[in-house]
Design a protein around this ligand. Sequence first.
Ligand SMILES: [Fe+2]
Ligand SMILES: [Fe+2]
Length: 209
Amino acid sequence: MLDVNLQIETEAELLTLHCSTPAQWVAIATDHLPELMSDHANCERKAAAMALSLMKHFSKDTNILSRLSKIAREELVHYEQVLRLMSRMRIQYRPVSASIYARELGKLVRLQSDERLVDQLIICAIIESRSCERFSVLAPILPKQIGDYYQRLYLAEKRHAVIYLTLARTMSSEASIRARLQQLLAIEATLIQQPEAEYRFHSGIPSKP
Ligand SMILES: [Fe+2]
Ligand SMILES: [Fe+2]
């Protein structure tokens, strides 16, 4: 029987990002808490919608359906928690436009149906992985309540990343998944390092203070 801990380690290693969050983004995070946390709340809501949407591809597998359903519920709980934390800290939620990050990653999804699902799952895994990395750089510098919360979220989002990558690995050969993952990770790194005017949870290098 496969050692679950060993499997998690392997998936997490495969998901090693190609670059860290740029220092310029970290440096101004505390000056952008309303945009950062409003966008984070939106990301949690969209993550729930994505998990629900992926369920239509696994209509015969109740084990996978249960896992995706659980992810969707967890993401909505995170959504509510972020909104509650903002309210407790008197940080005003504001409607914010989406960052270019997820939109640009979404454009990379191939059109053929099997490849499409593989790409969607890999991109979900990468986004979850980047979220974890952002939580880890933000936790020590944000107000303690938010930092503590982000440390707790790290584990949940890492688990989601592993589930998505594990699912992708069941859909195609090991070699093709690894190759596609590395391609998409390389593009993800360019998005994270490109200048971006609006400050968002997954935005690139701030082009304005
Ligand atoms: Fe989440
Ligand atoms: Fe997640």
